[in-house]
Ligand binder design. Structure first.
Ligand code: PMP
Length: 395
């Protein structure tokens, strides 16, 4: 039987314009979108390699690192997580997962697949880990690798004290992996100064680039360890010795590893250029100002933030408790239907408990904060009113 061409593909492509204020992606700027409509280059063409070099410099700036092994993994944020763990972990290594939401659990799932002996240190519900909890876990488990998420987008928790954790890891001869997918640009992150061994971020969050290329960096110490592994990393596609060679990280001739998406590269390059032009400090300040205004507005609306302890709140992804008796899904649907605005529900431990409002990149402006507050309030009131009417109609 012949399979006919699908009728749906005869129709013109339709993409609505939405304001993306969930946990990511955020909206790309016009500059980024236009960059991505440039002609495709071959993945080994000198112009493409030049753009990769420029991207590398941008990543070093946003991570505040001088690491040679700074590059992108071709894939979404998960590919950064895979690459970090795949390259560091050898069979039976003890890997300690710092848990403040779903991301530590997801990393644990990956680490186990790479043969790790996974242990946990879990923060109490709605809180970040304390240094005492981490120190105690280090003494108990003596980990080879410690994984922690700086900004957990499932709970809206900001894990502070990365600097002290970096020091602790050095004292225990342990490698520190920090997921900064949702936090970079919204809060300080100083990779070298804080002695972080591996960090990766999302291109589609505060950076405002397209999803699909994940900036990642490995410290000299991590790279030395990887070069001395007893066995090769288990996944060829994530082998950073090979990827780094393609990215020209090690001063050796560039060798083809995979076909990078040239268009995503242009988009990321422009997102980084915009970020660098504004300056790291200003970007962080803007995200924090927006979150402060949102938190104030939430209070004024009589709503409550999920993370009780203010310093533990992640400015980029804000979690707000769903008021009692309100169906979060109906609120989110209302905002989307009427305003093409994305407000998200919870994830993992916060499912059904919270709204997640992302203030990232293009959407980290005071105007957008006021807009999202006003729509959230309107949506909640409307859903409440509908519920009252439905109740009355039963009487
Ligand atoms: N880590 C964190 C903290 C995230 O917020 C996300 C995405 N929400 C990821 C990892 C995974 O990123 P991606 O969806 O791009 O694979």
């Amino acid at each position: 039987m012949e399979v006919p061409p699908p009728l749906v593909l005869k129709r013109a492509l339709f993409v609505p314009s939405k304001t993306l204020m969930g946990p990511g992606p955020s909206n790309c700027s016009q500059r980024v979108l236009e960059a991505m409509s440039n002609p495709v280059l071959g993945h080994m063409h000198p112009e493409c390699l030049q753009i990769m070099d420029e991207v590398k410099e941008g990543i070093k700036y946003i991570f505040q690192t001088l690491n040679d092994a700074t590059m992108c993994i071709s894939g979404a944020g998960h590919s950064g997580m895979e690459a970090a763990l795949c390259n560091l972990i050898e069979e039976d290594d003890v890997v300690l997962m710092g848990i403040t939401g779903v991301w530590g659990h997801r990393a644990a799932d990956m680490a186990r697949r790479y043969g790790a002996d996974v242990r946990y240190v879990e923060a109490s519900f709605g809180r970040a880990l304390t240094l005492e909890e981490i120190r105690f876990a280090f003494d108990t488990h003596k980990p080879r690798v410690f994984f922690v998420t700086q900004g957990d987008s499932s709970t809206g928790i900001l894990q502070r004290h990365i600097c002290e954790i970096g020091e602790l890891c050095r004292q225990h001869d342990c490698f520190l992996v920090v997921d900064v997918v949702a936090s970079l640009g919204g809060t300080d992150f100083l990779m070298d100064e804080w002695k972080v061994d591996v960090a990766y971020t999302g291109s589609q969050k505060a950076l405002g680039g397209p999803a699909g290329l994940t900036p990642i960096s490995f410290s000299k110490r991590a790279l030395t360890h990887i070069r001395q592994r007893k066995s090769k990393p288990k996944v060829y596609y994530f082998d950073i010795l090979l990827i780094g060679q393609y990215w020209g990280c090690y001063g050796t001739p560039r060798i083809y590893h995979h076909t990078i998406s040239a268009t995503l590269l242009y988009g990321l390059r422009e997102a980084l250029a915009h970020f660098c032009a504004m300056g790291l400090k200003k970007v962080v300040q803007r995200h924090q100002e927006c979150s402060n205004r949102l938190q104030l507005g939430i209070e004024e609306l009589g709503l409550e933030m999920f993370v009780q302890h203010e310093p533990d709140r992640l400015p980029t992804v804000n979690t707000i408790k769903v008021p009692f008796g309100v169906d979060w899904k109906k609120v989110a649907d209302y905002a989307m239907r009427k305003y093409n605005l994305e407000i998200s529900g919870g994830l993992g431990p916060t499912v059904e408990h919270v709204f997640r409002i992302g203030l990232m990149g293009e959407n980290a402006t005071l105007e957008k904060v006021d807009m999202v507050l006003s729509i959230l309030n309107e949506a909640i009131q409307s859903i409440k009113l509908r519920a009252v009417k439905a109740e009355r109609s039963k009487i």
